[in-house]
Design a protein around this ligand. Structure first.
Ligand SMILES: Cc1ncc(COP(=O)(O)O)c(C=O)c1O
Length: 383
């Protein structure tokens, strides 16, 4: 086949006229940091998820940091999470003084194996952090059931899950806490940014303070007409606020969520159809319960040749790719601290060396998918 001249990236944000005009409007408005547009994005997230509160942030990681911090972790307290997660979660657990307790995943969906949670709960367990992997919702009924029986909080990692529904509940709407990410790779972006959704009124107040230095009023309230620029701090906080410029972009993107996700679904269907019977790879599994999948990532597993070789060959075809994720229990600092966990994470290990994320973004043409599939067929046929 003829090699394309232009590079097909793993992902590219879909920025249209609406996004551009909303950002310009904000730039011209005289208020560009946290303000009314962040508040409006928070309202929209309450509507989307059904959660009582939404707090906009500079990143999903910032949200995870604040939620773990609010658990008041003592050194050695444990947090249950899959090893197949983004390392930011493992970093935040560690930096808060906690110990990540890794649970194996379902090989096909890469979601946490809910059957293994209960046996990992100890007196020191402080929370459970499932990931809705690639947008496929984790089995929330089962997870909420075990968490409820042990009175443990659940933090949903919904970074991949904009437009993801478990039965008829949107990710982040299960009544406790969740984080979303607006990183440019995600289904909607704000350049960077994140959101916490939650129901607890008291926790919401504390998180809002922790988000911005511990200062009890946002700048736009302090500096607006008749505002009081004085403030006090009762607990020191961070600088984790989103800006209105970012929120302008995020709002325009959110208004297109269904359009963007339905294109992702079409592209994922096309990949599936084209690659269905190809020997040497495995297609992503989908959960067995009712759900809506927003196809944040399309992850295949390479089984007939080494992934490294496969990646080199994809590069030669001018095709981008990603690995989501290098397994957490294999990170050097984790191995150094806790030793090998290979024995209890067999499915994670089996998947970790095989997974590769193929290009998937709404601006892709059908021909792009066909090109990737043809390249994969050639690579596997010629080794
Ligand atoms: C599963 C998962 N969790 C958390 C995050 C962190 O989000 P952010 O990049 O906005 O900090 C990401 C981002 O890539 C992610 O993929």
């Amino acid at each position: 086949m003829k090699i394309r001249k232009d590079f097909l990236p793993l992902s590219r944000p879909s920025i249209g006229e609406k996004e551009k005009s909303e950002v310009v409007k904000c730039l011209e408005s005289g208020w560009i940091t946290t303000g009314p547009l962040c508040a409006s994005l928070e309202d929209k997230f309450r509507d989307l998820t059904g959660a009582h509160h939404a707090i906009s942030l500079s990143s999903g990681t910032a949200g995870m940091h604040l939620l773990i911090l609010s658990l008041d972790i003592k050194k050695g307290d444990e947090i249950i999470t899959p090893s197949m997660t983004f390392s930011s979660t493992i970093n935040m657990i560690t930096l808060c003084g906690g110990k990540p307790v890794f649970i194996d995943v379902h090989y096909d969906t890469l979601n946490i194996n809910e059957d293994l949670i209960e046996e990992s709960i100890t007196e020191r367990t402080k929370a459970i952090i499932p990931v809705h992997f690639a947008g496929a919702p984790a089995d929330m009924d089962r997870i909420m059931d075990v968490a409820g029986r042990y009175n443990l909080p659940v933090i949903e990692d919904a970074a991949h899950a904009m437009g993801s529904y478990y039965k008829d509940v949107h990710a982040g709407g299960f009544g406790q806490t969740a984080i979303f990410s607006f990183h440019p790779l995600k289904n909607i972006t704000a350049g960077e940014g994140g959101m916490i959704t939650l129901n607890d009124d008291k926790l919401e107040q504390r998180l809002r303070l922790l988000r911005f230095h511990g200062i009890e009023r946002d700048a736009w309230k302090r500096y607006g007409k008749g505002g009081n620029p004085e403030y006090d701090i009762t607990e020191p906080g961070f600088k984790y606020n989103l800006t209105d410029i970012q929120a302008a972009l995020g709002l325009a993107q959110l208004s297109r969520l269904e359009e963007l996700n339905s294109r992702r679904r079409q592209l994922a269907d096309l990949y599936r159809k084209e690659l269905e019977n190809l020997k040497g790879i495995e297609l992503p599994g989908v959960p067995p319960y009712p759900h809506i999948h927003p196809w944040h990532l399309f992850i295949i597993k390479i089984i007939s040749i080494k992934r490294e070789l496969f990646m080199q060959k994809l590069s030669a075809y001018n095709i981008g790719y990603g690995i989501h994720f290098p397994a957490g229990h294999r990170l050097s600092y984790i191995k150094k601290q806790y030793g090998s966990m290979s024995e209890t994470l067999k499915e994670t290990e089996r998947a970790a060396d095989r997974i590769i994320s193929l290009p998937l973004f709404p601006g892709m043409k059908d021909e792009d998918v066909l090109y990737v599939c043809e390249a994969i067929r050639e690579i596997l046929n010629h080794g």
